[in-house]
Design a protein around this ligand. Sequence first.
Ligand SMILES: Nc1ncnc2c1ncn2[C@@H]1O[C@H](COP(=O)(O)OP(=O)(O)OP(=O)(O)O)[C@@H](O)[C@H]1O
Length: 231
Amino acid sequence: MITTINLTKKYNGNTVLNNLNLNIEKGEIFCLLGQNGAGKTTTINLLMGFIKATSGEAQINGYTISPGNTKARKYLAYIPEVVQLYGNLTGIENLDFFSKIAGFKYSKKELVSLLDKVGLQQNAHLNKLSSYSKGMRQKVGIAIALAKNADIIFMDEPISGLDPKATVEFTAICKELAKEGKSIFMATHDIFNAVKVGTKIGIMKEGCLVYTTYTNKINANELQDLYLKTI
Ligand SMILES: Nc1ncnc2c1ncn2[C@@H]1O[C@H](COP(=O)(O)OP(=O)(O)OP(=O)(O)O)[C@@H](O)[C@H]1O
């Protein structure tokens, strides 16, 4: 689905992403770990086509990802750490608005069913977004990604600031989406949740992907030890 070949980003001659070679398959949940400044957000920015690579390439479904390549962009969705939507619109109005911008028109029933699917409680659908918690905003963000029919959803620090119940709900939603064939790429600092939610883990250090493993081959304590030795 998504492939990178020697993907590299430099700022003023400073390499912040160094020859990234990565494959993410359909139904995979890839969790990228790494210290502050390791290059995780830069990787997401490149894979979303928000910024231009200095060298190398990233492809989704055979299309090169780059700023301005709308063919590649339609397969991609991005959920930032804090989902910024229109505070004076309701959850359902935001979903309707952003779906239309992406070229999709849904009936009220379909919009409700998308919000149900991501677990947004029905009594919140008609409340203004300004009253939503972080976890509720995130659910609307995921619903928008589904409405756009994106194949891969990128998330930057999706778990930070979520309470334990919201984290469990979020994990379940991600697993359900993966079962349906969506791919998820998340940058996270939460080693224990990465093992729970992810199918594959990567550890990044100073712009290099130094380690990848499948979560069925490692437990949380082993990953923590490995992480601390690696970074
Ligand atoms: N626009 C920019 N200009 C110059 N340097 C940048 C720019 N964007 C990022 N960097 C540098 O690239 C490096 C990687 O940053 P990045 O934000 O990708 O790290 P990160 O792993 O996401 O960190 P965090 O966990 O803190 O979010 C850092 O040294 C950062 O200062």
